[in-house]
Design a protein. Structure first.
Length: 145
């Protein structure tokens, strides 16, 4: 009987492992549907969110928006787009804020708050789960899980 239990546990673990990638969010970078930017590269997005660029390549101001620090989507975005973990990001912003060189992105509560802000400020840029995209926003970059 212990062998059957072991086989069942292994089968369950394998099944859960196969489901995990499907459950992961697809992070997309969005701007207002009114924004003129068509597409951006990962490098351009990373520069905007790390305070290294304050403007879109087209010349318009870029205002980055963040999800809360404890958001798993935020961790995924920064890991995939900038290569920084949450602790590396905290250290990075601490240094920039202390030296007065930059301010971190404005924090929004959730995707709904991001969409409302994008409607009021077409220069803003944010990230969200693809499932939260609607006609009010335009996807300018998709980060695959």
């Amino acid at each position: 009987m212990p062998v059957l239990k072991l086989l069942r546990d292994v089968a369950m673990a394998a099944a859960l492992g196969l489901c995990a990638p499907a459950a992961m969010a697809e992070v997309v970078i969005v701007v207002s549907a009114k924004n003129g930017s068509a597409t951006l590269t990962e490098s351009q997005v990373a520069d905007i969110f790390l305070g290294r660029a304050a403007y879109y390549p087209s010349g318009g101001e870029a205002v980055p928006l963040d999800l809360p620090e404890d958001s798993p989507l935020r961790a995924d975005f920064y890991r995939d787009c900038t290569g920084k973990s949450a602790s590396q990001l905290r250290a990075y912003w601490s240094k920039l804020i202390f030296t007065g060189r930059a301010q971190p992105p404005r924090e929004m509560a959730d995707a709904a708050a991001i969409k409302r802000y994008l409607q009021l400020s077409p220069s803003a840029i944010a990230y969200m789960d693809r499932k939260d995209v609607d006609p009010s926003v335009k996807v300018v970059l998709s980060l695959r899980p």
